[in-house]
Structures are given as C-alpha cells and as structure tokens.
Write a protein of this length. Structure first.
Length: 252
C-alpha cells in the first residue's frame, strides 16, 4: 500500500509532542511528499492551541521550512461548537489555511449554553436509555452536517468517534459537499462496518494518522487493512499514490 501524504498531525502548538520541523522530517522518513500539521482549535479545553495567533505562527513556520521532497501544509482541526455547525476558527483564518479539518470532540467549550446541553450534555446522558441515545445521535448528526454545509471543510475527522452519528446521513453530506471522509489510523476509527456504509454511500476517503508523535507520522496501516478487507479501490482514497497522480484538491 502506498500513500503520498498524511493530512492530520498535531504539533506542540496544540497537544502534539513534536515541533513542526520534526513532523516534516518524520514524513520524509516515511517517503511522503506532503504532510499537514493540523492543530486543535482553541475551544478544546487544555489540548487546543492557546489562541488563534498559533495558526499565524504555524503559517509562517511552514513557509520558512525547507525539507527536500516534502511539502508541509498549515492546517487546523477545528471543533464543531454548536448545532448550526459553527467552528472555533473564524472563516477568515479558514481561508488562509491550506487544509481545514473539522470534528466533534469532548471537552469543547460550546458556542452557547442551549446547544452545549443538546450536543455535549445529551452525549453524557446517552447511557440512560434509547431515548437519550437517539437525541444524542440526532444532535451530533445535525451539528456535523451543518458544519460541512457552512464551512469550507476539506476533511471530516474520525466520523462518529466520541459522538455517535448517523453514518449514512453524514456520508451523504460528505458526498454533497465534496468533503473527504476520514479513516483515522491513530484511533483505528471508524470501525469496518461504518466504513462500509460510507463506501456504499459514495464518499471519497482520506486515510490519516492523527499523529501526536514522531514515530506515528505516516502510520496508515489501519487504512491499508480496511482497503483490503472491504475491497476499497485506490481511486476512492484521496491520498493514495497511483498512476503518478498526486495531490488532492484543497478548497483554497
Ligand atoms: Zn480529533
Ligand atoms: Zn486530531
């Protein structure tokens, strides 16, 4: 299996352990020609960047890097903060970044109290019974689809992780909005049955590491395993190297 890029990694600007340059070196060691550093948005408690200025610094830093053979992209993993799908990164900055990922994460500061209750509160209560669970799934699905519709998102991070969603509905929204559906190797998520649903719904996948360490940059084995197990052809994987055609189209 051969991939040319990894588009989801974390540096010390958020909760990763490495400097940007070391991530680029790790990518080169793996034989990748592109890597994106996509630090967590600021409304993720403790783990997020300590302010939007971190992205300005990241943008400067990737410009000044010179790692032969590896193009380093500045990105973000924005948090979905309410049911309207707002992100914790303003549109102006989204347009400046090379790659925009979004996802739902626990310990996110919600955009407002009501949505915080429906989105994050109902997820805490979902174990109380099927009614609560359904409410949580509906809220998570609604927020995710709204985020894809209202923002220039390139990649939906680990769909259904931490927050259960209606995978088919979310996958259809990815197809409609031309958003890549992520197979996240760091979390080994989504499980094969969900990937199969997304495959049948017609999504284009991207296989990422979600690396927080040097050694896990470009670690994409879980994706290779799913491609084989489910018979997903290479042309359905945005970052798979085939026919010399490299580089998927970002929205900016
Ligand atoms: Zn994430
Ligand atoms: Zn991540």
């Amino acid at each position: 299996m051969e991939f040319y890029g990894d588009y989801h990694t974390h540096s010390r600007y958020s909760d990763g352990r490495e400097q940007v340059e070391r991530i680029a070196e790790a990518a080169r060691r793996r034989g990748l020609s592109e890597v994106a550093v996509t630090d967590h948005g600021p409304q993720l408690l403790v783990l997020g960047v300590d302010g939007l200025h971190s992205y300005e610094r990241l943008l400067q830093e990737v410009k000044s890097l010179n790692i032969p053979g590896v193009r380093v992209l500045a990105g973000a993993e924005a948090n979905i903060i309410d049911l309207e799908g707002r992100l914790d990164i303003p549109h102006r900055l989204c347009e400046e970044l090379d790659v925009l990922i979004c996802g739902l994460h626990p310990y996110t500061i919600p955009g407002n109290i009501q949505d915080g209750y429906r989105l994050f509160g109902s997820n805490h209560l979902r174990h109380l019974g099927p009614g609560w669970r359904r409410k949580a799934v509906n809220a998570n699905t609604e927020a995710t689809i709204a985020a894809l519709e209202n923002n220039p998102v390139d990649i939906l991070a680990h769909p259904g992780l931490f927050f259960e969603v209606d995978i088919f509905e979310v996958a259809r929204a990815c197809v409609r909005k031309d958003v890549l559906f992520e197979i996240n190797c760091g979390h080994r998520h989504p499980p094969p049955e969900d990937v199969e649903i997304a495959f049948k719904a017609g999504v284009q996948f991207i296989i990422n590491s979600d690396a927080h360490f040097y050694d896990t940059v470009g670690e994409l084995d879980y994706g290779s395993y799913l491609m084989q197990k489910l018979g997903i052809p290479a042309e359905r994987i945005a970052n798979f190297r085939f026919g010399g055609d490299e580089g998927w189209k970002k929205k900016r």
